[in-house]
Design a protein around this ligand. Structure first.
Ligand code: FUB
Length: 463
């Protein structure tokens, strides 16, 4: 036992000495065994539960085929276990199709209530039903025997889908839902199965389209939601905006975009703190064979600024930059200052400028001369382009004098033949193109200006 611990310590020390960056979050996506969508997240004890939809459309399908919902569990937010389909359309005798985006909330009675939009057999299209179970994994049964919200509910949404249910510190439960620009909210009774009072139309939720997710942090209420305005996404696609309020029913103040558009047209957030780290859980179409109706739930870390605003999520499973080989590489360096972060160079972040260390920065102060950063892959990659965003802290770290892209020939490092100039401009990605090489290691040699060290915010590689 002692020997194993010593070996682990030695390995950790070696990693530190080599300056090796950890791999990207493994939970992206949470599974490729099935297509999943519309995540909701819940923490119970030491476990993170994800309640997801299940996309079953065939390849090339042009409609949702969704019949049941799955539950995934994780103890580290990196690896997830599919606990199976724990709720299905067939659990609601009054519904016939469309197992869309739901959410689970624990009631004051200790039971777990799963709110889901379904296509009811009655008049109108989507209704919201509620199932109940004694544990977060169920078994779940219809808790009401009919819709909680339907088209006949006064002031209901043009499309009654995507419920998010939130319990305030005083025990009052709120439900937000809606689509087609129609956000609605209501209190729930303590039984969790009836609306308590009238349905309101919250104000201040700019460009709301669908998929609301409500939570509270440091006394502030947050509402994240899918918006599909042209300021944040391409036509037909959605980004995730958010608003904050000091009252659970608003009025809300729009705060900006927390997640850019993803590779699927729909976008759907769940934001949760688990073991001291905040996460954005969402879906995209990036898994093999994926598409708008064959989506995959994925997870990324989310960070708050000191003023309570949320930083835009870096989509490590997106990918934000299709084809960026850096995402699957292990980074190392000749030297990194103890207070800088080598992991910053391949975290997928797009810096706002060369001083933007919002997601950390690699720097080699107070070394001068030539230092290097390197990517290694377990198998050979075809590479024909490098893009580097330099870090300049206006102090000891400045833009470099020059750089060279090198590769591992199998026995030595050599300059990549035929490379175009290695740019040293600030506030942009500097691209170096070259005829394709096949290699397991790509290296960037960086030579400093006299009297300065150098740094990198992001380094991408493409085939
Ligand atoms: O999955 C079906 C629908 O697509 C959801 O209810 C919406 O949020 C969107 O993701």
């Amino acid at each position: 036992m002692r020997r194993r611990r010593a070996a682990a310590l030695a390995a950790a020390l070696l990693l530190l000495l080599l300056g090796t960056a950890p791999p990207a979050l493994a939970g992206a996506p949470i599974t490729t065994a099935i297509y999943t969508a519309d995540p909701a997240a819940l923490v119970v004890g030491d476990t993170l539960y994800l309640y997801t939809g299940h996309d079953e459309a065939p390849t090339g399908g042009t409609n949702f085929v969704m019949r049941d919902w799955h539950v995934f569990t994780s103890s580290d937010a990196a690896t997830f276990t599919d606990q199976g389909a724990k709720l299905a359309i067939s659990n609601f005798s009054w519904a016939g199709a469309d197992a869309w985006a739901g959410e689970v909330e624990r009631g004051a009675d200790g039971k777990y209530y799963w709110y889901v939009p379904v296509n009811g057999n009655g008049a109108g299209w989507m209704d919201i039903g509620v199932a109940v179970g004694d544990t977060p994994l169920g078994p779940f049964r219809d808790a009401k025997g009919g819709p909680l919200v339907s088209d006949s509910t006064p002031n209901s949404s043009p499309l009654n889908i995507d419920p998010t249910v939130f319990t305030d510190d005083d025990g009052q439960v709120y439900m937000y839902w809606g689509s087609y620009y129609g956000l609605r909210a209501a209190r729930l009774t303590s039984t969790m199965t009836s609306l308590n009072g009238s349905v309101i139309t919250p104000s201040g939720v700019t460009n709301f389209w669908e998929a609301p997710w409500m939570f509270k942090r440091n006394g502030v209420y947050y509402l994240a939601y899918a918006a599909n305005d042209s300021a944040c996404s391409a036509p037909g696609y959605a980004c995730i905006r958010y608003a904050t309020a000091s009252n659970p029913l608003g009025p809300w103040t729009h705060r900006g975009v927390v997640l850019d558009q993803v590779t699927s047209t729909t976008n759907h957030p769940a934001i949760i703190e688990f073991k001291g780290q905040w996460y954005m859980v969402y879906h995209n179409a990036s898994s093999p064979g994926g598409g708008d109706f064959r989506r995959s739930v994925t997870i990324d870390k989310l960070y708050f600024n000191a003023d309570g605003t949320m930083q835009k999520v870096v989509q490590t499973g997106g990918p934000v930059t299709p084809g960026n080989l850096a995402a699957s590489a292990t980074a190392s360096t000749s030297y990194v200052s103890p207070w800088e972060t080598l992991a910053a160079i391949n975290d997928g972040y797009t810096p706002a400028n060369s001083a933007d260390r919002g997601h950390g920065a690699y720097g080699n102060w107070n070394h001068q001369g030539t230092e290097w950063i390197e990517y290694r892959w377990p198998t050979a990659q075809t590479v024909s382009r490098s893009e580097v965003y330099w870090f300049d802290d206006d102090q000891g770290i400045d833009l470099p004098a020059s750089c060279r892209v090198q590769y591992w020939t199998g026995s030595a490092y050599a300059d990549v033949p035929g490379q175009s100039g290695c740019g040293v401009a600030a506030n942009t990605f500097n691209a170096t193109a070259f005829p394709s090489i096949s290699t397991t290691r790509l290296r960037l040699n960086i030579t400093s200006r006299t009297g300065y060290s150098t740094g990198v915010l992001e380094w991408r590689a493409f085939s």
